[in-house]
Ligand binder design. Structure first.
Ligand code: C2E
Ligand code: CA
Ligand code: CA
Length: 765
């Protein structure tokens, strides 16, 4: 504790103990000292001044409303100090201080005290405080009328008063006391936690009131009642205790207040009947009653009650409206997806459960293809924006009666009522697939997406089972994804079996990748004229345990969907580099060959391709020009800017890039030129066309012409017949790959294949 504060407190309690002790001594008649002490005057002034000083110190320590409160209480106490000094001065001058100018000074302390109490009530509960003050005033009005009746009207009470001053004194004290009672009631009604300082303050007010009442009653017979002095002094002690308490700065702190209970209205009711009670007493005692105050007080009380009832009702109305608003907002939140503003899964289940069974419904489960790539390459903000645009497009592609929901991530569901007819839901699904096909533009960049849609329906008259319907649509969607993207599938029971099989396969693939069981096969790429091997393509092989292997197309797609592809590509890359190093070591007399490795779209989008390739080059020590990376056109349409940057990093290592399956994607040659590509692999569907039609032949010739103009090397894929090879030579092709020359074979077989000066025909797979 601060030293000066400790001194203040000690000083105050010393003065308090001394003054109170003396007052009790005199009151009990034990001692009578000099006139100064006998009338208990000097210590009276000392204690009231000490209490006032304590209030000043409290004001000093406080801020805001509490500061005002303590300043007002200090001022009120100083009025009493001044009054006490005046009282002593008049006594010294030999004038009777009873009913004198001193009383005016004393009376001035009451409004200040009232103001302080009013300020506390308002500050503790800004809203309810007003009501409490109104209720306190009602009590004061009722008691005031009683006091008025007793003092003014009852002839006995006014007997002692002479002149205006006498009237002021006789009327002023009781009336102001009545208002202090009202203020006290108001403060007590402002519930909330009361700290010690406030409790002492209550004690001060109550002691003062009691002393005033005893003084007033006693002064009629014996003006100097011995026990009033100790009471007033005790009141000052309480005031000082309140001001010096460490909670003093918090007397007017805002409180969490419970709404007024029925007790408040009981109090108001009692106030309303008090004029009648006063009148009844007055009439029965026979003194009669002054009608004007009776009327004024009754009307005032009626007004108070009306005001209170109206304000309570409006407060309740406001509270109810607010609660309803909150309820609505909560319901909306629970049923709405925050990102897109579309209704969410809860809303879907709710709507499905409330649909009448008679309505046949179709549920379209929509999952975006390649959305993860956007999220991974461009970040969540771009992903979110794309999702918002997707939501708008899907909503616009539906009828007014149909609703689209967002379940989570890139999953949406369209609910179509009356669309159970065969083919109808598929039409809607196709419209959805078409609407997400055009690129999404975010910050000037184009993003390509697709959608796979699963359909489940419930026939009219059949009961709708929301969870089942949703699960079926989900299963159908998985099947659509498996079928190849951008497709629609309608649910049928066998899909579950397929999904189970897929889960089993996924587990097995995961184990195979972990145990390094995926083996590379190498397929030769030859020079058409000489049949000399110039390179090999690395193709992943997953042995099925019975001598054969799982179809690459299937497990590669599964690996892409599960993210396992990154590990597979990396393993193939390392094995291919080791293979080409060994191959060129073994055939030092021939020109070095190269090896190509397939890189998945996911890898390009998410992985650190250049880093990985760089470290494998370092590890195996091969010449970077011996490595070719094959990418499909799809990889280049993800985010062209990101793709260009990633590929340039790889290209800077000295590694060459090839576009795989050229002609089956959407990109133009012009688009391809943005990338550091050096090799084009013409897809085998074109090669298959060669011998069948002249059109096929002219397309192949034009592609080769264009590629050469652009300085690209071309490889024809899937050459199976000698006729195809001949036509390719005629069209100017130099390099080819296909079963005609060699099937994909193991590393050791491929190594021996290199020992031959030239290839004659396809070997075993
Ligand atoms: P792709 O890159 O177009 O690979 C060529 C595919 O055509 C291989 O199928 C190959 O066995 C087959 N093929 C070669 N010559 C002929 C022919 O004369 N006639 C016919 N009909 N087919 C021929 P495979 O090995 O089943 O691979 C399928 C696809 O799987 C590959 O197509 C490639 O996209 C992907 N893939 C294979 N291995 C990997 C890998 O390690 N990583 C990645 N990311 N993808 C791979
Ligand atoms: Ca390939
Ligand atoms: Ca290919």
């Amino acid at each position: 504790m601060h030293l000066s504060r400790r001194v203040t407190i000690t000083a105050f309690w010393t003065i308090a103990a001394l003054s109170l002790g003396l007052a009790v001594l005199f009151a009990s008649g034990w001692s009578s000292g000099t006139w100064l002490l006998d009338d208990a005057e000097a210590h009276y002034v000392l204690l009231s001044a000490a209490a006032a000083a304590a209030c000043v110190s409290a004001a000093h320590r406080s801020s805001g409303a509490a500061r005002v409160v303590w300043a007002l209480l200090a001022a009120s106490a100083f009025c009493n100090v001044l009054g006490d000094i005046g009282w002593i001065a008049l006594g010294l001058l030999g004038i009777d201080p009873n009913v004198s100018a001193v009383d005016v000074v004393y009376l001035a302390s009451y409004p200040l005290l009232l103001l302080a109490l009013w300020r506390i009530a308002r500050a503790r509960d800004p809203r309810g405080g007003t009501d409490a003050i109104v209720d306190g005033l009602a009590v004061a009005a009722g008691l005031g009328l009683l006091a008025w009746q007793a003092i003014i009207v009852a002839p006995d009470a006014l007997r002692g008063a002479d002149g205006t001053l006498g009237l002021i004194v006789v009327v002023g004290y009781p009336l102001l006391d009545v208002f202090v009672v009202g203020a006290l009631v108001a403060l007590l009604l402002c519930s909330g936690a009361r700290n010690a300082s406030l409790v002492y303050l209550f004690a001060y007010v109550v002691l003062f009131l009691v002393a005033d009442v005893i003084f007033a009653v006693a002064s009629a017979s014996d003006p100097l009642h011995p026990w009033t002095d100790p009471l007033y002094l005790a009141a000052y002690v309480a005031l000082g205790a309140a001001a010096l308490h460490r909670c003093a700065p918090h007397v007017a702190d805002h409180q969490a207040v419970e709404p007024a209970g029925p007790g408040r209205f009981l109090l108001l009711g009692a106030s309303v009947v008090s004029p009648s009670v006063t009148a009844a007493i007055a009439v029965s005692i026979g003194g009669g009653i002054d009608p004007i105050p009776l009327l004024v007080v009754s009307m005032a009380l009626a007004a108070v009650v009306t005001f209170r009832v109206a304000s309570t009702m409006s407060a309740e109305r406001i509270a109810r409206r607010r609660a309803e608003g909150v309820q609505l907002a909560l319901e909306r939140l629970a049923l709405e997806d925050q990102l897109t503003g579309l209704p969410n899964r809860h809303a879907l289940i709710e709507q499905l459960s409330t649909l009448p069974a008679s309505a046949g419904v179709a549920l379209l489960f929509i999952d975006l293809d390649r959305f993860k790539v956007i999220n991974d390459t461009a970040g969540h903000q771009v992903g979110d924006e794309v999702l918002r645009q997707v939501a708008v497009r899907i909503a616009e592609s539906l009828r007014d009666d149909d609703t689209v929901f967002r379940l989570a991530g890139d999953e949406f569901v369209a609910l179509c009522a009356d669309r159970a007819a065969p083919g109808e839901a598929e039409q809607v699904a196709q419209r959805i697939i078409d609407c997400v096909a055009p690129p999404f533009v975010v910050d000037g960049l184009e993003w390509y997406l697709g959608a796979s849609v699963g359909v489940s329906t419930s026939d009219p008259g059949e009961p709708i089972e929301p969870d089942q319907l949703l699960r079926d649509a989900d299963v159908a969607m998985y099947d659509a994804k498996r079928e190849g993207r951008r497709t629609v599938r309608r649910y049928d029971r066998r899909m579950h079996e397929r999904i189970d099989a897929r889960h089993r396969l996924e587990g097995a693939l995961r184990r195979a990748v972990a145990q390094d069981e995926i083996e590379p096969a190498f397929q030769a790429i030859v020079e058409l004229g000489s049949q000399r091997i110039v390179g090999f393509e690395t193709l992943a092989r997953w042995p099925d345990g019975s001598g054969g292997h799982h179809p690459a197309q299937d497990f590669i797609e599964l690996a892409e969907q599960t993210g396992l592809i990154t590990a597979i590509d990396h393993q193939m890359l390392r094995r291919a580099c080791r293979f080409v190093a060994a191959f060129n070591d073994r055939h030092l007399d021939a020109a070095p060959i190269w090896v190509s490795v397939n890189i998945s779209t996911t890898e390009l989008a998410a992985g650190d391709l250049a880093g990985r390739v760089g470290s494998v080059l370092l590890e195996t020590g091969i010449d970077p020009s011996w490595l070719v990376l094959e990418l499909t056109e799809g990889a280049l349409t993800v985010d062209p800017d990101v793709a260009v940057r990633r590929l340039e990093e790889v290209h800077a290592l000295g590694v060459r890039l090839a576009v795989d399956d050229f002609g089956t994607g959407f990109s133009s040659l012009e688009h391809l030129l943005r990338f550091p590509v050096e090799v084009l692999k013409i897809d085998r569907v074109f090669v298959a066309e060669l011998a069948r039609s002249t059109a096929g032949r002219s397309v192949a010739a034009a592609a080769r012409q264009l590629a050469h103009t652009l300085g690209l090397q071309v490889i024809a894929e899937g050459v199976e017949t000698a006729e195809q090879a001949e036509i390719l030579v005629e069209c100017g092709y130099e390099l080819a790959q296909g079963y005609l020359f060699a099937r994909p074979i193991s590393a050791s077989d491929a190594m021996r294949l290199g020992d031959l000066p030239a290839l004659a025909g396809g070997g075993p797979t």
